[in-house]
Design a protein around this ligand. Sequence first.
Ligand SMILES: C[S@@+](CC[C@H](N)C(=O)[O-])C[C@H]1O[C@@H](n2cnc3c(N)ncnc32)[C@H](O)[C@@H]1O
Length: 245
Amino acid sequence: MTKPAPNFDFIARPYRWFEYLTFGPYLERCRFSRLPEITGARRALVIGDGDGRFLTRLLQSNPDVLVDVIDLSPGMLKLLEQRVRNLGTEAHSRVAIHRADVRDFSPPESFTATGYDLVVTHFFLDCLTHLDLSRLTATLRPHLVPGARWLVSEFQVPEGGIVEPLSRFLVRSLYRAFGILTGLEVRELPAWDMLLERSGFSRFDERSWLGGLLTSEIWTFMATSAAADDSYAKDGPSFSPAGPF
Ligand SMILES: C[S@@+](CC[C@H](N)C(=O)[O-])C[C@H]1O[C@@H](n2cnc3c(N)ncnc32)[C@H](O)[C@@H]1O
């Protein structure tokens, strides 16, 4: 069953300060670290970007990119739009904002006639369940060009050593905090790497911070729609995901 939508409005303004207080500069390092590699994008889909700090940099480093942004929080989108406006009318004209719950989102015909060559999710996949993400990849796949890149920043629990229990504790605490502040009901990280693989993506590169707690990865879309495995989206899990954290 689909969980109720979280509400990030209440924390939209203080979000970046919460972030600096908890992780210092590391989430930004993780988020922005790939910008030098992500150039020449033409059609991008940015999901759950929050207050738009990444989006504005993407627009600056990719002067031809047209971007669809999806987020369900009006408070976050207001901040995002203001940031984009501050870049000027040319940059603003390259962005289409969709206020929507991505779990119910079915792109209209006109949404991406040419197909996306870039999808971006920074610290967003953790808001989805395994099933939500599986459905999302199945929905998006027909709208991607071969070779499209998916840029993921995410929390993870690295295996082994002292970092593992520490990361597990931090991830669990973050879920509790977001549960209280936004009503988010998800409590475990989806197995997004396995789901992306099943969906026809291949990991191109990964980089990590804080002993592996934060990861930034680039995945490349390799498969045709026919080759990918959608059974999870249709039938639900046939495996035991790691967690709960
Ligand atoms: C944890 S914040 C991440 C913000 C930013 N990407 C970052 O790097 O910190 C999650 C963002 O995703 C949005 N969001 C959460 N669930 C969503 C959903 N089901 N559909 C669309 N947006 C969602 C929230 O409104 C919020 O802006």
